[in-house]
Design a binder for this molecule. Sequence first.
Ligand code: NAD
Length: 427
Amino acid sequence: MIKAVSLALIGAGNRGAGIFGQYALEMPHRTKFITVVEPDAAKRKAFAARHNIPESKCFDSISAFFAAPPKGIEGVIIATLEDQRIEPIMKSMEQGWDILVEKPLCTNKEELIKLYDATKNYGKILIVCHQMRLSPIYRTIKSLIDSGDYGDIVCVQHSENLSWHHMAHSFVRGFFNNDSLTPMLLAKSCHDMDMLTYLLGKAVKVASFGSLKYFRKENCPKGAPKFCLDGCPHYQSCPYHVMKIYFDHDTDPAYIRQMGVVEDKEHLLELMKKNRFGKCVFQTDNNVVDNQTVQIEFEGDVHASFTMCGHNGIGRRMTKISMTNGEIDYDGISGDIKTYRFEPRLDSAIKVVAKGTHGGGDRAIMDNFIDAIVTRDKSILLTPIQNSLEGHLLVFAAEESRKNGKVVGIREFEKQTRASLFGKNKR
Ligand SMILES: NC(=O)c1ccc[n+]([C@@H]2O[C@H](COP(=O)([O-])OP(=O)(O)OC[C@H]3O[C@@H](n4cnc5c(N)ncnc54)[C@H](O)[C@@H]3O)[C@@H](O)[C@H]2O)c1
């Protein structure tokens, strides 16, 4: 019988416990968590109980864990927030473990370059959770492009349409609402920048525009208290009232997981009176954009435009690829990929069966990680860290453009970042 791969989890939050932990519970023959690092005591205990981890193998800090890591760890999953990534990555590399790290990799361009250089010669597995690359939808789109049937790519129109409640939860009330941690393009759309570079190669230059148009204090309805549950008079008219977002029959469980260990609805109600998710959406400390466009030129005269907007009925991505002998069109609502080949003439519709979170990508990336650990075949990996530089660089360059109103050359941007870090003559 094949032995399950022994993993460590750093960060037992929404993603750590809810996605990676859940995978282990559903696939015990493939993997198991033998140790956990999580500063929140309730989350740590809950995770340990579900995964039968003894207290001696539970840690409340990264330093305590790396001072005496339990024996037998084969791989580690790093699912902390993005400002807590570099240290666990570096220390895990010192241990020689296989690593899966959540995206985004870091919060600024300097950290990115340092990380990229430090991981260049790492011999073990080190992948980034850009699970979109592995989702059945984008794997199908990639294979259609690679088939050669449709010729060469000329233009791409891609968009990330967040639902209004996802925008409010994560990017107005939630942890990713302020660019002192992470700008919107990094937090949400680094998947999209990664996908564009995956499909199109190296970007040459970028221009971006964006703003926080709606979730601002001046749009707050008169008399709204700071917390919805303090008797907000606008319950009927406001879609963002907490009773509508967090107490609905189809509330996304990920929203609740981010609040810690929530016992029941009464407990949730208590939390909503004082936690960040209970606040009026017009009265938080948010500053990240709710709409942004990015125009990119890629090598080989290929152009792409990307739109992120947080004001949509249904969250979905849309991708339209115009090619010299055809068009590939994906619509996230129907889930269909439509193809139009010019010669020989053929139109078709493909229904991709994509089950599970992130269009099946979460399950697929864990499968990919475990498969690679078991087989030691790194060629099967679709998201090695070295392939993440371009997408992340594009994010930071686009932000530079948006803030300073100029077109940014990607290679010049990389060169300047390296020069600021290491001096003028180093690459
Ligand atoms: N790949 C994706 O599609 C995707 C989707 C959502 C979120 N994310 C990313 O995943 C990361 C985690 O997001 P989340 O929603 O799970 O957030 P979360 O807050 O629910 O989880 C983060 C956990 O890390 C813990 N933590 C904080 N400091 C720590 C430390 N020093 N050592 C160990 N644990 C520590 C926190 O207590 C928390 O439990 C974020 O960077 C986010 O951008 C990725």
